[in-house]
Design a protein around this ligand. Structure first.
Ligand code: SF4
Length: 199
């Protein structure tokens, strides 16, 4: 079941409505998120949740309070969320913390990275570099949480598309739980991805 635990986004990607309305991120407290989840479980028997927030991981204290609460909660849940690729790094979501998140029931991180082309990432002010994208996409090798990497900014053409696709296909450790979606991916790269998944 999709739910929101926060509204708005403090980033300013040029194509996004949050940049247009100059929004800021506001989030529910961890205890109120678990309260909602328990309510839906007890009333409707729902035990799986998708957090559709734009900045789910931006508050470090909240995410670790939430994972503690979920781990110790009587009702057990599965959950997934959208995350910013820049939040997946050793100083924040490192191996130990990833395990803590996994133990709280998390099964998927979805990352909208839009492009693997340095030129396009800069142009759309995504706040990411190809190195950050690779690092985030490869976190799955240490975890059962499935990384879901979304490419396809819908404005890239020519060489930017080639660079973008080869970034993920050539550099990412594709695990059986990895999902790469790309609205402009070529047939050749879909084939290459399928072959990697079979290995
Ligand atoms: S990080 Fe995501 S939600 Fe925030 S401005 Fe960029 S595209 Fe929009």
């Amino acid at each position: 079941m999709p739910i929101l635990t926060g509204l708005g986004c403090s980033y300013k990607c040029t194509f996004c409505e949050h940049a247009l309305i100059n929004s800021r991120h506001h989030a529910l407290e961890a205890k109120d998120i678990v309260k909602q989840m328990n309510y839906y479980y007890e009333k409707y028997n729902i035990d799986s949740f998708a957090f559709f927030d734009e900045e789910f991981l931006s508050d470090k204290e909240r995410i670790f309070e939430l994972t503690d609460l979920l781990k110790n909660n009587t009702n057990k849940f599965y959950w997934g969320t959208q995350v910013r690729a820049s939040d997946i790094h050793e100083r924040y979501i490192n191996k130990e913390r990833l395990q803590q998140i996994e133990e709280s029931g998390c099964i998927r991180f979805s990352m909208g990275v839009e492009s693997g082309s340095p030129r396009m990432l800069k142009k759309i002010k995504k706040g990411l570099t190809p190195e950050i994208v690779i690092r985030a996409a490869n976190f799955g090798k240490n975890s059962k949480i499935g990384p879901d990497v979304s490419l396809g900014d819908n404005v890239s053409v020519g060489n930017d598309v080639v660079i973008s696709n080869s970034l993920i296909m050539d550099n990412t450790i594709i695990e059986s739980n990895t999902c790469v979606s790309d609205s402009i991916v070529s047939g050749k790269n879909i084939l290459s991805l399928n072959n990697k998944l079979k290995e």
